[in-house]
Write a protein that binds this ligand. Sequence first.
Ligand code: AHR
Length: 516
Amino acid sequence: MKTYSLVLCLLVAGAADGFAQDNQIILYPDSGRHEISRHIYGHFSEHLGRCIYGGFWVGENSKIPNSGRIRTDVVEALRDIDIPNLRWPGGCFADEYHWMDGIGLRDKRPTMINTHWGGVTEDNSFGTHEFLELCSLLDCEPVICGNMGSGTIREMSQWVEYLNSDNVSPMTNLRKENGQEQAFGVTYWGVGNENWDCGGRMTAEYYANELRRYSVYCKNYGENELYKVACGPSRDNYHWTETLMKDPQTRNSFHGLSLHYYTICHDWEKKGSATDFTEGEWFTTMQKTLKMDEYIGKHSEIMNKYDPEKTKGLIVDEWGNWHDVEPGSNPGFLYQQNTLRDALLAAVNFNIFNKHCDRVKMANIAQTINVLQSVILTKEDQIILTPTYYVFKLYKVHHDAILVPHRISSELYTVDYQSIPAIHTSCSKDENGMMHLTLTNLNPNKDINVECSVHGKESLKIIGGEIITGEEMNAFNDFGKPESVNIASFDDIEVEDNKLKITLPARSIVLIKVEI
Ligand code: AHR
């Protein structure tokens, strides 16, 4: 395989000279200005397949350990990765969800057909109170997406009142009758989901008008101020962003603009297997997921024109790898396995979100359990933590830390005459002077030696290293078997001439902790 030199990015204007050699990184810890919001490491739970029912929520009198029907093992696993937020109830499901069906006595709640996802009957046993109880067990922020596709302004406005009002009012009384005395104080509020498709097939112009109307009636109650997330574009729909940003009235109707981008190896009709893939498919997946950087960059440029102060966030509230469903599973349930390939993809996306943390204020992987790029899979009482789960765990160090700008020159990884940079990275420093460098080697066949210097620092002390990798590029964790992918300690690193010398194993994600 031929390698070429490439200067990939220059994040610090006027910093050091160009590179003579491949696989060099320079870190600039003193130039760090922006905080990486922990909300970038957020999640998404939808009434889809076995995400809620069988994932979070167990049957009445289930033998699976639970607290008020919420699975204990799932709560413990998610608390262990410091889950910062959870988006609910969809997705496309949100576009046909009528919240009043999901409150009150469970055996009196009406049922509905989940038309988007398998046409199954939704019994509404998991509704607003159950979701907020889950968030409280997880100690995370709820992110609720209101129904603008098939719901009315009145419905959305009353839902906000029900959640957040402490005034004497019909909705406050109803909430109290349902056992919740205090207002829930929900902050993150989605004003629609994918309104260009399953949320009503609207044009950008039509949605912009609707957004203004709905947003007016989503009120703040007491001290609680809503952070309204408008339905934003899919991938490269720059017209949508321009339309929502250019007009001040529209722009003032939201605080965050969503962006959805799924990585699909082939196309919608034939996405490819989650576990059985070629190196060509591995490569295409990485190549396609790197497009996230371009999409965020270009949407940010549009936002910068109208919001140079960066008061509005770009909220990547659906992202991840979308494969064909597991053979034999319900096609409407979107259940897929998760391999080392997905883990590397997650790491690349986190690096990209971190890089754009001045604009990207939240992101939510789709979906937490038993659906697309899940961090947890369950089968009755069994539970699996996927390779993607371990990336969330490894990257906890970046939560609310300061982004450390970097320059990198990477050799290329080439398949069928197409190339991508082999190394992808991100770095942050925390308040205790600890720097955390995360590195990904996208080449599944080759170990790569990397040299890393830290600008302005006379002495570097390695505190430790950790690694996620696997024997094969499609290594995955399976029910009833020992884990194939996990976090192990990593020590193929030394300091020489005040530089870190790292040997990055093929197909790996490495974390290095350095005291500066
Ligand atoms: O995540 C599955 C679906 O993908 C969501 O419901 C929808 O918003 C998107 O199209």
